[in-house]
Design a protein around this ligand. Structure first.
Ligand SMILES: NC(=O)c1ccc[n+]([C@@H]2O[C@H](COP(=O)([O-])OP(=O)(O)OC[C@H]3O[C@@H](n4cnc5c(N)ncnc54)[C@H](OP(=O)(O)O)[C@@H]3O)[C@@H](O)[C@H]2O)c1
Length: 255
């Protein structure tokens, strides 16, 4: 059974990010969603306002600060008052670098900073955990639903052969454990909820921008391509996939 059709209610958190905005656009363009809540720090972002103008109430920009648990709780309460049932929730936000705060992926252990570790952990690990806490009830109903977090292959412990990037790698590895943990609890008390960790592939966004020169020719995805592949994987997911970590092409990634 598929998740995405014209009766699906979808929440994308991080909706003005490169991949997040492309996911919202894809979901609204076809018949893969009835309504898309586009949660972001910047709900008045021109790209979202343009989608609102085109798609009317099918596109619902929503303000959220993922660093503030009260803001996440308010987002969930707004959704509950409007539509008590979600079929898909995608965590499409993430942090790798923040030049203004001098946060940069570490090449050496000596470069680890408290601010860098905590900033990565708060966005990449803690925010998905708080969103799961506040929104699981919206996904737990009589129909199939998917909780998907965009992770990164570099968060795989088994696949780590290059080292470095301590804050990002550890925060994504912890995010993957959260997804796995949640899938086990859902199997007990929210049986129709499938939990997925998804690697989008290297995609041309602000997050990858400083590292794109190293990407081999033809290997940098457009956000629209990555969004399409992620939605295909989400739609194909079965209960047996819950708790799994998958790449954009559907291939499993080792933990
Ligand atoms: N791009 C790649 O090559 C690549 C590769 C592997 C994995 N990923 C993963 O894919 C996901 C999406 O990445 P992307 O490439 O689309 O990145 P992006 O364009 O930089 O977007 C990330 C979004 O995260 C949200 N965010 C960042 N810092 C925040 C903060 N302090 N408070 C609140 N929100 C914050 C923002 O959303 P709002 O402005 O909407 O609030 C931002 O637009 C991330 O989890 C990333 O780790 C990306």
């Amino acid at each position: 059974m598929k998740t995405l059709d014209d009766s699906a209610n979808v929440l994308v958190v991080g909706a003005s990010g490169g991949i997040g905005a492309a996911l919202v656009e894809r979901l609204l363009a076809g018949t893969s969603a009835r309504r898309v809540w586009a949660a972001t720090r910047t709900p008045d972002h021109p790209r979202l306002q343009a989608l609102r103008a085109t798609h009317g109430e099918r596109c619902a920009p929503l303000a959220v600060d993922i660093l503030d648990e009260h803001s996440i709780a308010t987002m969930a309460a707004t959704l509950r008052s409007d539509e008590p049932r979600l079929h898909l929730l995608i965590n499409a936000f993430g942090l790798l670098h923040d030049e203004a705060r001098e946060i940069w992926p570490e090449k050496r252990v000596e470069s680890i900073s408290v601010d860098g570790m905590l900033a990565n952990y708060r966005i990449n690990t803690l925010a998905p955990a708080l969103i799961a806490r506040e929104c699981l009830g919206l996904l737990n109903h009589s129909q199939r639903a998917v909780f998907a977090s965009l992770s990164a292959r570099v968060g795989s412990i088994g696949d780590n052969r290059l080292g470095g990037w301590y804050a990002y790698r550890t925060s994504k590895a912890a995010q993957n454990m959260l997804t796995r943990d949640l899938s086990i609890e859902c199997a007990r008390r929210a049986r129709r909820v499938i939990c997925l960790a998804l690697h989008p592939g290297t995609t041309g966004t602000g997050l990858s921008e400083p590292f794109q020169a190293r990407v081999p020719e033809g290997k940098l995805f457009s956000p629209d391509f990555a969004a399409g592949k992620l939605l295909e994987r989400i739609d194909a997911a079965t209960p047996a996939d819950s708790g799994g970590f998958f790449a954009w092409d559907g291939a499993p990634i080792p933990w």
